[in-house]
Design a protein around this ligand. Structure first.
Ligand code: OAD
Length: 238
């Protein structure tokens, strides 16, 4: 059944960047670029072995310079630029591909590779380089005090109040390229649906919470998302 709507919330995960050549988090071997998540994406890992964690994110940051937004990022940016109603794109991704494609109404709930958080002065600053060498904080000049401005397991995702508010008021919630394995993002569909939104998922395989969605479209984001955006912009229907 097709429905009209005005207020859209979109959640993206690693699958939206897969066709750009950015590795997803949960590969078939359960590892993220050869590492267990708890060895590189927790505050405990950073205390235990800061050099390993810094080098891991330095490599991911350097890799960003070699990849480009794909058709899914571009279609979502076109939707953002064209859609006159409310829209919020919430990404779990720490890459900058939505930004580079041109999305504006965008929120990085898990932080960004291209930002640094200074543990000395608490400033968060744009950052484009290597942190393992202990460069000075762009804000206070202290050396060796920067960490990636990335939300690790056990830490609070960014802007949750704003996201919750958007989920409660949207009438269409769309989830793209996420396994639905990590909360709170995995629970967004339930909040949106409870408050009356239609819910659509686009993913390579059914996500863990697939049964929560009114509709699931299975396939590659680079094909499904441009088709969906075309459908929305031509007919205002989903
Ligand atoms: P995952 O790696 O868990 O899931 C990626 C999903 O994308 C899987 O369900 C794949 O089937 C799907 N996928 C892969 N290629 C695709 C394609 N071309 N088109 C469409 N879908 C495709 O990544 P996330 O769900 O984003 O958090 O992971 C969530 C969070 O867990 C991450 O933000 C990160 C991680 O630990 C933190 O670092 C805090």
């Amino acid at each position: 059944m097709l429905q009209r709507f005005n207020n859209i919330v979109i959640l993206t995960g690693a699958g939206v960047s897969a066709e750009s050549g950015v590795a997803t988090f949960r590969g078939p071997d359960g590892l993220w670029e050869g590492h267990r998540v708890e060895d590189v994406a927790t505050p405990e890992a950073f205390v235990r072995d800061p050099d390993l964690v810094q080098k891991f994110y330095d490599e991911r940051r350097a890799k960003l310079k070699t990849v480009e937004p794909n058709a899914a990022h571009q279609a979502l940016a076109r939707l953002d630029q064209t859609w006159a109603g409310e829209l919020l794109l919430v990404t779990q991704n720490v890459d900058d591909l939505h930004d580079r494609a041109g999305s504006q109404r965008l929120l990085h709930m898990h932080g960004e590779l291209n930002r640094a958080w200074c543990l000395a002065c608490d400033a968060r600053s744009p950052f484009d380089g290597d942190m393992a060498s202990g460069p000075p904080c762009p804000a206070c000049g202290q050396t060796g005090s920067l960490r990636p401005d990335i939300v690790w397991f056990g830490e609070m995702p960014y802007q949750m109040e704003r996201i919750e508010q958007a989920l409660r008021s949207c009438d269409l919630f769309v989830s793209i390229g996420t396994s639905g394995a990590v909360y709170p993002a995995a629970g967004f569909v339930q909040t949106a649906r409870y408050h009356g939104a239609r819910t659509l998922e686009m993913n390579l395989d059914p996500s863990e919470g697939s049964f929560h969605f009114h509709e699931s479209r299975m396939g590659r984001a680079g094909e499904l998302v441009p088709d969906w955006v075309e459908q929305v912009l031509s007919h205002g229907l989903c």
